[in-house]
Write a protein that binds this ligand. Structure first.
Ligand code: FES
Length: 87
C-alpha cells in the first residue's frame, strides 16, 4: 500500500512524476511517458536495455551530473532527471 512516506517525487524532463520508494530512475522515466534515456551519436532515441548496469543505454543526467545509470539509481525526493528526449 502506498503511503506518503513510500512515494518519491521526481522531475523527468520537466514532468513531475510520483513513484514508489525503491523505484529506479528507469521506472520514473517510463512513468513520465517517455521511452528515451539518451541519444546515439546519430541521434537515435535509446532506452534502458539490460537493467543491470552493463549496456550503458540508460545514461541520463541526474541533478546536473551527466552519464548516470538510470537503472542503478534509486529515486529520491526532489531529484531532477534530464534525458535524451530533452535535447
Ligand atoms: S539498462 Fe543497461 S546499464 Fe542501465
Amino acid at each position: 500500500m502506498l503511503t506518503p512516506d513510500s512515494i518519491r517525487n521526481v522531475t523527468v524532463d520537466g514532468v513531475a512524476v510520483a513513484v514508489s520508494a525503491g523505484s529506479t530512475m528507469v521506472a520514473a522515466i517510463a512513468a513520465s511517458g517517455s521511452l528515451c534515456t539518451r541519444r546515439s551519436v546519430t541521434g537515435q532515441r535509446r532506452f534502458a536495455f539490460c537493467g543491470i548496469g552493463q549496456c550503458q543505454e540508460c545514461r541520463v543526467t541526474i541533478d546536473g551530473a551527466v552519464h548516470r545509470l538510470a537503472c542503478r539509481t534509486l529515486c529520491r525526493d526532489g531529484m531532477t532527471i534530464v534525458t535524451g528526449d530533452e535535447s
